[in-house]
Ligand binder design. Structure first.
Ligand code: ATP
Ligand code: MG
Length: 348
């Protein structure tokens, strides 16, 4: 019996924030490790998805490799063969299945995707590519090639998951059981548990969330920030004039955000951190403590990152890519036979 598959993409981006680290990477790594005995874990780097919008291609390759290293530094075990970390473009079946699925996808169906409408609206018609239009089909191929049942999806991806289910059912109805149908969005939420709702806020404007694509970067702590620069960002974080360290995100968003950050760094509940500073009236003293902890965290993380061996990462990627290519090409061949591209008698 093969194990059911959990699949998730790790977006390539050099400038990951501490928000991405605590709210995205760590939960993903925990999930992979806790579920690896019962499920096949596919954690792939969607490099073909990286340039649906314009990017700097001179740094793409290094960014992709760097992403894999950051995950390793954050605790993803490279030597656990149950966890497959692979680059999408190294498995040509992703592109090949996409083309086949494209030819069963309605133009109108793709045109209704709200992500496309939003993103193309921002980019403008001249710079909007067919790749951006088409990327939900590539996403469907990413999922269907491995028969993945569980895919953690945020709100922005729910429509694409629904499409994946639709196209899989469409081909199954027409050609027989080619694909495993991924679970519904509701079931995905049940399976992965409710979003913890962790949101680290921007230091300069604590009413909005910290985001890696923020242009100024003033209120954002990147994993690649020099530790002393990050400490300075904490010291100049926006607070309030209440002169009391208290956890109340509504009335004191800045201070509450710093309490949250400190709690995460210390690995303790917010109530414990807040309790330790109860009655503290000097924001400088409190900020110093947070700045110190952020600085120590980044120093430690960056030294872990530089200790990750390129050779180990490369061989982990290659090992998974070989396994995944075998799985993907079996499914692709079944589809190729079904649509008439290969003789039905060809041995798998
Ligand atoms: P972008 O500005 O490009 O949207 P982002 O920083 O919002 O970048 P995403 O790529 O949208 O990051 O999300 C990556 C992961 O990081 C997701 O799991 C998301 O929930 C998590 N995440 C993003 N921002 C925060 C934040 N401020 N606090 C906690 N988790 C976050
Ligand atoms: Mg985002």
């Amino acid at each position: 019996m093969t194990k059911p598959v959990i699949l998730t993409g790790l977006r390539a981006n050099n400038n990951l924030t501490i928000g991405n680290y605590f709210g995205g990477m760590l939960p993903l790594i925990d999930m992979a490790q806790s579920k690896a005995s019962e499920y096949q874990i596919n954690m792939f780097i969607p490099d073909l998805h990286s340039f649906t919008t314009p990017i700097d291609h001179t740094s793409l390759y290094d960014q992709i490799f760097h992403t894999a290293k950051v995950f390793a530094a954050a605790g993803l075990p490279l030597d656990d063969e149950r966890i497959n970390m692979y680059r999408q473009s190294y498995i040509p079946a992703h592109s090949e299945l996409t083309w086949i699925l494209d030819c069963f996808t309605g133009f109108g169906e793709m045109s209704r995707m709200t992500q496309f409408k939003d993103k193309s609206g921002n980019i403008g018609t001249d710079r909007t590519t067919v790749g951006l239009f088409n990327y939900p089909v590539l996403m469907a191929a990413d999922i269907l090639l491995y028969g993945a049942k569980y895919i953690p999806v945020g709100d922005d991806q729910t429509q694409h998951l629904e499409f994946t289910r639709d196209i899989a059912e469409r081909l199954n109805t027409r050609f027989g059981e080619l694909f495993v149908i991924p679970e519904s969005v509701k079931k995905q939420h049940e399976f992965f548990g409710k979003d913890q709702g962790l949101r680290i806020m921007d230091l300069a404007d604590p009413t909005k969330k910290m985001s890696k694509s923020d242009n100024s970067g003033k209120g954002v702590i990147y994993l690649s920030d020099a530790p002393e620069v990050a400490a300075k960002k904490i010291m100049s974080a926006t607070t309030d004039d209440k002169a009391l360290v208290k956890f109340n995100p509504t009335s004191q968003p800045g201070i509450s955000n710093l309490i949250e950050i400190l709690a995460l760094l210390k690995g303790e509940p917010v109530s414990v951190t807040a309790g330790r500073y109860e009655g503290e009236t000097k924001y400088g003293v409190f900020k110093q403590a947070v700045a110190h902890e952020v600085q120590a965290f980044l120093t430690d993380f960056q030294s872990k990152l530089s200790a990750v061996s390129d050779d180990d990462v490369a061989s982990a990627l290659e090992r998974s890519e070989a396994t995944m290519a075998t799985q993907a090409s079996l499914r692709l061949l079944a589809v190729q036979k079904a649509v008439g591209l290969r003789p039905r008698t060809q041995v798998e």
